[in-house]
Design a protein around this ligand. Structure first.
Ligand code: FES
Length: 238
């Protein structure tokens, strides 16, 4: 192409000069090593262009055909590839996020330590037992029928932190609370105080046998932790 532009145009004199110049710069014998037309060729037309036919879609292999005719089929392929890539990308992102979030949650051994399983048949009726759970005292009280009836009949209007007994227990026989006074954190004494529930000697807070504050400076009822009864004889706290 270069030669066809240069030969007939205004650059012909310079082209001739260049041709002569190149010839004059050749070392003796070089001319014999070159092909016959080497001195006049200005473009590298002998470079082999790679054949990408294997990678092209069959619809566009024929250069005589208009690409408009295969638009629909090529669009379908493009949409299919885009959709598939999106699905794979979303799935990969979901996996990464799930693994990242689950890496922040507690491991199984830590979770096991955070729970306590208590055998209820070891606690006689009318007694309270104290367990250590997550570094705090945990009270589990086996209530008598009288205590259950008394706590169920308390007028909520009398309470500082109004809460019905049935909202604090899963099974009325068992009241399970944290043994931490809601005033300043002392450990109350079980089966003591004016209401027969718990008594905090630090500043004189009285709780009933539902763990509700009835008298003294404590502002709130004793906290009820999460627990469940897998069977009649067992409770799991935590
Ligand atoms: S800490 Fe229990 S009454 Fe003050």
């Amino acid at each position: 192409m270069m030669s066809s532009v240069l030969r007939p145009g205004v650059f012909s004199p310079y082209y001739q000069v260049t041709k002569q110049g190149v010839k004059s710069l050749m070392f003796p014998g070089a001319k014999e090593l070159l092909p016959a037309a080497a001195g006049t060729r200005l473009a590298h037309t002998d470079i082999k262009i790679p054949d990408f036919s294997d990678y092209r879609r069959p619809e566009v292999l024929d250069p005589q055909k208009s690409s408009q005719e295969s638009t629909e089929s090529r669009k379908a392929f493009s949409y299919l590839m885009t959709g598939a890539t999106t699905v794979i990308g979303v799935y990969a992102a979901k996996t990464v996020v799930t693994q990242f979030v689950s890496s922040m949650s507690a491991s199984a051994d830590v979770l096991a330590l955070s729970k306590i399983e208590i055998k209820l048949s070891d606690i006689p009726e009318g007694k309270n037992m104290t367990f250590k759970w997550r570094g705090k005292p945990l009270f589990v009280r086996h209530r008598t029928e009288k205590e259950i009836a008394t706590e169920a009949g308390v007028n909520l209007g009398e309470l500082r932190d109004p809460q019905h007994d049935k909202d604090r227990v899963l099974n009325p026989k068992w009241i399970i609370v944290l043994g931490v006074c809601t005033h300043l954190g002392c450990v109350p004494i079980a089966n003591a105080g004016d209401y027969g529930g718990y008594y905090c000697p630090c500043h004189g807070s009285h709780y009933d046998s539902s763990g509700r504050i009835r008298k003294g400076p404590a502002p709130l009822n004793l906290e009820v932790p999460y627990y469940e009864f897998p069977d009649e004889e067992t409770v799991i706290v935590g």
